[in-house]
Design a binder for this molecule. Structure first.
Ligand SMILES: Nc1ncnc2c1ncn2[C@@H]1O[C@H](COP(=O)(O)OP(=O)(O)O)[C@@H](O)[C@H]1O
Ligand SMILES: [Mg+2]
Length: 222
């Protein structure tokens, strides 16, 4: 099922001194049940495109649509809360909340009751390989790979069908990267989520279902 669609999307950063055309006339569709990679040189517009897909920025021209509704016409905070989770290279966990509390937070935002939320959080943390004795640790007391897996559990617990990951393995060693990518593949293939990964790593791109290359703001199928 087609869940996310970009049609002739362009975006420029403007300030007093210059205009940077970061994304130029990009069209593509993303389906549930598949993992996509977006590769390309630094500065080619990958993160900007992901921000557009996440509704963190709105297109200057064209549309990004989730199930037929343009991001420009929706409440993008709700869109990210309920449908599109964003995962970053630096994990972005709340440092003063434990692993468990980080996951619970995303469900509390949605009003899931505490006992149910706790069970769900436990299930998702275990599913990404975080052990029970680690639930009460704070992010700085976890390794990078563990923190990234908590970030994924947080996205999962919220039930979002789209996972947008910007260099999710950028700070991880080979074995942790593999583990994180395997989790993302499973989410798409077994839980029917749509996963979009920005990556520098050709090996990771090779594991996905479809690879797009970004060049100077333009997207092409590889
Ligand atoms: N906030 C910003 N203001 C101005 N230019 C920006 C900003 N963010 C990114 N850019 C520029 O937009 C282009 C695309 O950047 P980005 O999407 O971050 O590329 P990538 O993720 O592929 O490295 C680059 O030329 C970058 O310098
Ligand atoms: Mg980037």
């Amino acid at each position: 099922m087609e869940v996310l669609k970009a049609e002739h999307v362009s975006f420029s950063y403007r300030n007093r001194y210059q205009t940077v055309h970061a994304v130029n006339d990009v069209s593509c569709t993303f389906e549930c049940g598949k993992v996509y990679a977006i590769v390309g040189k630094s500065g080619s517009g990958k993160s900007t495109f992901l921000s557009l897909l996440a509704g963190l920025e709105l297109p200057g021209a064209g549309t990004v649509a989730f199930k037929g509704v343009a991001t420009a016409k929706m409440d993008c905070d709700l869109y990210r809360r309920d449908h599109a989770a964003v995962i970053y290279q630096n994990y972005n966990l709340f440092p003063l909340l434990t692993a468990m509390e980080n996951v619970l937070y995303s469900m509390n935002l949605k009003g899931v009751r505490s006992q149910k939320a706790k069970e769900r959080a436990e299930k998702e943390l275990l599913a990404v390989g975080i052990k029970k004795e680690q639930f009460k640790r704070y992010p700085p007391q976890l390794s990078g790979g563990e923190q990234q897996r908590v970030a994924i559990a947080r996205a999962l617990a919220a039930g979002n069908e789209i996972i947008l990951a910007d260099e999710p393995t950028g700070n991880l060693d080979v074995s942790n990267s593999e583990q994180v990518v395997r989790i993302l593949l499973r989410l798409a293939h077994e839980e029917n989520r749509c996963v979009i990964i920005i990556t520098h790593d050709p090996e990771i791109a090779g594991l996905t279902d479809k690879v797009y290359t970004m060049r100077d703001g333009s997207l092409s199928e590889s």
